[in-house]
Design a protein around this ligand. Structure first.
Ligand code: NDP
Length: 243
């Protein structure tokens, strides 16, 4: 059985990726930062698909945490075949008013976090001569967005990281790709007012915000054999918002 580790998978896009990959037959390791009531039911929902589900606590911005929970995953489930770097935060503010800590925290979670988990997981993948990594970037990492210098920089960094690593490890049969979602309905976008969401949808060629399943299905494709000749790519899941 192949094993998929998904970071920040307690809710939103990460949770949907975990559910979708469990339906595709992967044993699942769910990384979470904070304990929450829904974790137990999520584990049961995943196990109902006749796969194993392991919950691994850890803050992706902490290298030692990542080393520990990656090891826990391999010890308990036997390998890491798929890594999805999904954990991410926003702290939006115009640069003029942005605090140094808000810049650092977003970079440390989104970009350094991606490094921390990947650096630990890749060791096991290199030994196994196989692996598949999907990093969750964002369309604003390509286009930029006012009020998101910290977030856009982290997501653009993830794209550079993805392409460089794809070149480094392709000969070891490890593929590395990124998914760049547009506006997806989750807690992260719940902060937007309904009028703002309607205005955003109006400007999307497919005329709706995306949902977590739209992103999870793209990840499922990238970790499947159907994409075996694809590496170093950024797949936009944005309803045509950015072309
Ligand atoms: P949510 O805010 O709904 O979920 C984020 C998840 O990341 C939570 O499970 C959260 O856990 C976890 N997380 C945050 N910080 C850490 C940390 N330091 N260590 C471990 N886990 C952490 O976000 P979404 O589901 O919307 O976003 C998922 C990914 O998709 C992010 O990378 C985001 O940037 C990206 N994305 C989202 C878009 C959208 O429109 N929603 C658009 C483009 C990209 P906890 O509960 O502990 O905070």
């Amino acid at each position: 059985m192949s094993v998929a580790l998904i970071t920040g998978a307690t809710r939103g896009i990460g949770k949907q990726i975990a559910l979708t990959l469990s339906k595709a037959g992967f044993d699942i390791a769910i990384n979470y930062r904070k304990e929450n009531d829904e974790l137990k039911s999520l584990k049961e929902e995943i196990e109902a698909n006749n796969v194993k589900c392991l919950l691994v606590q850890g803050d992706v911005s902490n290298f030692d945490d990542c080393e520990r929970f990656v090891k826990e995953t391999v010890d308990e489930l036997g390998s890491i075949d798929v890594l999805v770097n999904n954990a991410g935060i926003t702290k939006d503010m115009l640069l003029m008013r942005m605090k140094k800590e808000d810049f650092e925290q977003v970079i440390n979670t989104n970009l350094v976090g991606t490094f921390n988990v990947t650096k630990n997981a890749i060791t096991y993948m290199m030994k196994a001569h196989k692996g598949n990594i999907v990093n969750i970037s964002s369309v604003v990492g390509i286009s930029g967005n006012a009020g998101q210098t910290n977030y856009s920089a982290s997501k653009a960094g993830i794209i550079g990281f993805t392409k460089s690593l794809a070149k480094e490890v392709a000969s070891r049969n490890i593929r590395v790709n990124a998914v760049a979602p547009g506006f997806i309905e989750t807690n992260m976008t719940d902060v937007l007012k309904e009028e703002v969401k309607a205005e955003i949808a109006k400007n999307i060629p497919l005329k709706r915000m995306g949902n977590a399943k739209d992103v999870a299905n793209a990840v499922k494709f990238l970790v499947s054999e159907d994409s075996s000749y694809i590496t170093g790519q950024v797949l936009q899941v944005d309803g045509g918002m950015l072309m």
